[in-house]
Design a protein around this ligand. Structure first.
Ligand code: SAM
Length: 285
């Protein structure tokens, strides 16, 4: 019944709500895209061709899904809200290359559908953007390219440059796994219902090789996390205690690494964190 309907029209969305007895659910971060130009720009940014297999996170009522289906070989769309499944069955009934999975993305086993590389696309629910991105980078090696929309401020943090106030432990983690690019901003007025904040579409391309040589990834991320936990403090005061290290020993390590112990977390590059982590690693191994 809704196979031909314009899903970017608020009138259609209201009709879908009445017909399927649903309301956009805040709990799941449901803000649906109502600007077809943006839908096109997102899918174009992923450079889709008929040989691409796509994983879409949170299809909602199927607006992006339809466009992906036109441009890619196939799409698996994972939606947590079971009330939206009959909606998707209706709005996407004419598309033969879409598989809809009713599942929480964190419980979805990507390997069931994708053994090889996959492009990931999503207009992400704001409340779990960072966990989803970290899950994709850390746990889903198949995710070679990720084009996602997120809250503008979160995108700024993800893509922050060295020395910027926006940088955080997540910035370094994103850099470790991928190359990130902020593509374009999207006004809050492009959604129904309109959220309180604007969004940004970003693209993450997974590195084919690790950008830094680390002896222990775990220790690298511990160093980064500990440094940013007390980001107002100098490195020597925030990092001290890691792996039971006394201050004197830590000063020696930082000197050996050629790093001023008075610097703060955001001043260091990923490469410098890797050098510190490797020197600490060598003490115990
Ligand atoms: N893609 C649609 C669009 O652009 O109009 C909807 C985007 S809406 C911002 C986010 C979607 O993610 C909603 O459909 C929501 O139900 C779904 N979602 C929220 N949490 C999820 C989770 N843990 N796993 C899968 N989908 C989720």
């Amino acid at each position: 019944m809704f196979a031909e309907a314009d899903l970017t029209s608020p009138v259609t969305i209201k009709q879908l709500c009445d017909c399927f007895d649903i309301r956009p659910n805040k709990r799941y971060g449901q803000n649906f895209l109502i600007d077809y130009n943006i839908v096109q720009k997102i899918t174009d940014s992923a450079g889709l061709t008929s040989s691409d297999r796509v994983l879409e996170i949170g299809p909602g009522i199927g607006t992006l899904t339809r466009e992906i289906s036109k441009k890619a070989g196939s799409v698996v769309a994972v939606e947590v809200d079971k009330k939206l499944i009959p909606v998707l069955d209706s709005t996407l009934s004419h598309c033969s290359n879409i598989k809809i999975v009713n599942q929480d993305i964190f419980k979805y086993n990507v390997g069931d559908d994708f053994l090889d590389t996959v492009k990931v696309i999503g207009n992400l629910p704001y409340y779990i953007t960072t966990p989803i991105v970290m899950w994709l980078l850390e746990e889903v090696p198949q995710a070679a390219e990720i084009v996602i929309m997120m809250q503008k401020e979160v995108a700024k943090r993800f893509a922050a440059k060295q020395g910027s106030r926006d940088s955080s432990a997540v910035t370094l983690a994103v850099q470790y796994y991928s190359e990130i690019e902020e593509l374009f901003d999207v006004s809050k007025h492009c959604f129904y219902p309109a959220p309180k904040v604007d969004s940004t579409v970003v693209r993450l391309k997974r590195h084919t090789e690790n950008p830094v040589a680390v002896k222990s990834e775990k220790l690298l991320f511990e160093c980064i996390k500990k440094s940013f936990e007390k980001r107002r403090k100098t490195l020597i005061n925030s990092l001290f205690g890691i792996n039971g290290l006394e201050k004197e020993r830590l000063v020696k390590i930082l000197n050996e690494a050629g790093i001023d112990p008075r610097l703060r977390a955001e001043n260091l590059t990923l490469q410098q964190y890797a050098v510190i982590a490797n020197l600490i690693y060598d003490i115990n191994n």
